[in-house]
Design a protein around this ligand. Structure first.
Ligand code: ASP
Length: 433
């Protein structure tokens, strides 16, 4: 999702402006015109379709994106075999710490319920308004019957049919198939599979380019979506959005300053204060670029020079981490799905929430380390638990701000992993010596 729109203002500033203009005009129209049929006509014939076209441009590449990014992600993880112990430690660390981050996020949304305090009738209207444009019949909202048949269904008998029905609850089948192809690719003779890998890399690049093009329309799309929402639902919806931003930032701050401090202290043997002081430059780079990939060179340099971590470890752990270990992203994805569910008045059963946790962790691996990389993955998560994917339109305007913050966590998490792996390796060498 390229950020250079070639004009004076960066894209994210324009998207934010889209949010402000759309909301101000929408709230104004709501106050002045209220239930005027002309306003309703304008929304249903102009702003709503415009917003929907923008969202569909992203939806249409979700399947090739999931397939290529997960397959390649896992195939690259294949290096783990070669790196043996370091690989296993990094992988274990990623799984555990990502789970902690998602659980923090979900606990906060369940406790504070940022999307809940609106009238149930408004919730229903809100849901109806996004459902109206959806071309698919989603599974029963909020219900994921996590029984034996669900487990069987995760393994698709026909991956193409799962892809066709991905927005009707069969996305997990597509993900499973992609993971399996990735594993097989990692185990195959690289000479014979290099063309296939090249094709997948090509698909991935093309898809990212399409999303980049769609994102150029985001300022207008976001303005249209926000106008449609606020002209119908007034100021209330903006208050909910503010609560969502606050909860997400709180979750991110807890993970950044409490969880990482504990990890650095107990697993890495470093003073958290020194750690954060040393990596300040990395955090600032992540914050300003919103991209783990773009921060990678700075992260490597700082981790090696300021923290004294050996190059063999930073090279592997940070590179892998910049795509696979995304704690901030996983937390954000979980919080967003639950928030949108609350806003629509959809109760997510415990099973559905477990699915959200699992998929957020998996999405942490599948999300590209670029600005807005998690947006397509959130659509998948929403659809899987029976929430219309178009619900994402509500939070798109504030995504960039939260992206800057979650990327700081993504990168800090990678460095924490490197600190842990380096320390445990040194301890081991000493023991052996
Ligand atoms: N911007 C994030 C990163 O690069 C990915 C995302 O959550 O959108 O780490």
């Amino acid at each position: 999702m390229a950020d250079s729109s070639g004009t004076r203002w960066p894209l994210h500033t324009k998207i934010f402006l889209g949010l402000v203009i759309g909301s101000v005009c929408g709230v104004g129209a709501n106050l002045v015109l209220g239930d005027d049929p002309n306003l309703a006509w304008f929304v249903s014939h102009v702003t709503e379709p415009a917003g929907r076209i923008f969202l569909r441009l992203i939806f249409m590449v979700v399947i090739p994106l999931v397939f290529s990014s997960l397959t390649l992600g896992v195939a690259e993880l294949g290096d783990i075999r070669r790196l043996g112990r370091i690989g296993a430690k990094t992988f274990g660390y990623t799984l555990i710490v990502t789970t902690i981050s998602v659980v923090i996020g979900l606990t906060l949304v369940n406790l504070f319920r940022p999307g809940e305090s609106i009238d149930p009738a408004i919730k229903q209207r809100l849901l109806d308004s996004v459902k109206a444009g959806s071309s698919t019949a989603a599974p029963t909202p909020g219900e994921v019957n996590f029984g034996i048949q669900t487990l069987v269904n995760i393994v698709p008998d026909n991956p193409l049919s799962s892809a066709v029905n991905a927005f009707k609850g069969e996305m997990l089948g597509v993900m499973f198939f992609s993971l399996l192809v990735g594993v097989a690719l990692a185990l195959s003779d690289p000479e014979r599979t290099k063309t296939l890998k090249g094709v997948l890399e090509g698909v991935y690049d093309v898809v990212m380019r399409i999303i980049g093009m769609a994102m150029r329309l985001a300022p207008y799309g976001v303005a249209a979506l926000l106008f449609s929402l606020t002209s119908r639902f007034g100021f209330t919806i903006l208050q909910q959005l503010a609560a969502f931003v606050l909860i997400t930032l709180t979750g991110l701050a807890i993970h950044q300053f409490v969880v990482y401090s504990l990890l650095v202290k107990y697993l890495g043997g470093l003073s958290p204060l020194t750690f954060f002081r040393q990596i300040k430059e990395v955090m600032l780079t992540a914050f300003s670029t919103s991209s783990s990939n773009a921060t990678l060179p700075t992260a490597m340099r700082v981790t090696e020079t300021n923290l004294g971590i050996p190059r063999q470890i930073t090279g592997f752990v940070l590179t892998l981490g910049s795509t696979a270990n995304q704690n901030g992203t996983a937390l954000y994805e979980g919080v967003t799905v639950l928030f949108i569910a609350q806003l629509f008045g959809i109760h997510l059963s415990l099973n559905a929430q477990i699915v959200v946790v699992l998929m957020s962790i998996l999405s942490g691996v599948g999300t590209a380390g670029v600005p807005g990389g998690s947006i397509p993955l959130i659509v998948i998560l929403l659809e899987t638990v029976g929430i219309p994917g178009a619900g994402i339109g509500i939070i798109l305007g504030v995504d960039r701000l939260l992206d800057m913050c979650r990327t700081v966590l993504n990168v800090t998490g990678d460095i924490t992993a490197a600190v842990y792996v380096a320390r445990s390796e040194t301890a081991r060498t000493k023991d052996e010596g």
